[in-house]
Design a binder for this molecule. Structure first.
Ligand SMILES: [Zn+2]
Length: 107
């Protein structure tokens, strides 16, 4: 986490933490369907809802990015309670609109 904060600062990027229990791997990044369980040994799966084929890690990455952008764009709360080093931009206080647009554009 410290490394990520350092690198985000270095590159002038916004770092957003999401809840560790966010179902990033078993949530279909296409339709939002959440599987009841997805054992670690399953590396690829097909969504029973929309039929999308997913690589576990790529699907998780898409979901995590979407969750982070949701926080960045509209202040959605996916952070764990009591998380202390919470970047100012992510709490959606005085963040100017142009900043948000800019950070998305370079994503
Ligand atoms: Zn799906």
């Amino acid at each position: 986490m410290r490394q990520l904060e350092y690198k985000a600062d270095w590159y002038g990027r916004e770092l957003i933490k999401i809840n560790r229990y966010f179902p990033s791997s078993k949530r279909c990044s296409n339709c939002g369907h959440v599987l009841e369980k997805l054992p670690l040994k399953i590396r690829e799966w097909d969504c029973p809802e929309c039929g999308s084929h997913h690589d576990r890690d790529i699907n998780a990455g898409v979901n995590i990015l979407a969750a982070g952008l949701a926080v960045s764009a509209c202040g959605a709360t996916v952070r764990p309670e009591g998380s202390k080093s919470w970047k100012a931009g992510a709490t959606k206080q005085e963040a100017p609109k142009s900043d948000a647009r800019e950070s998305r554009a370079v994503s």
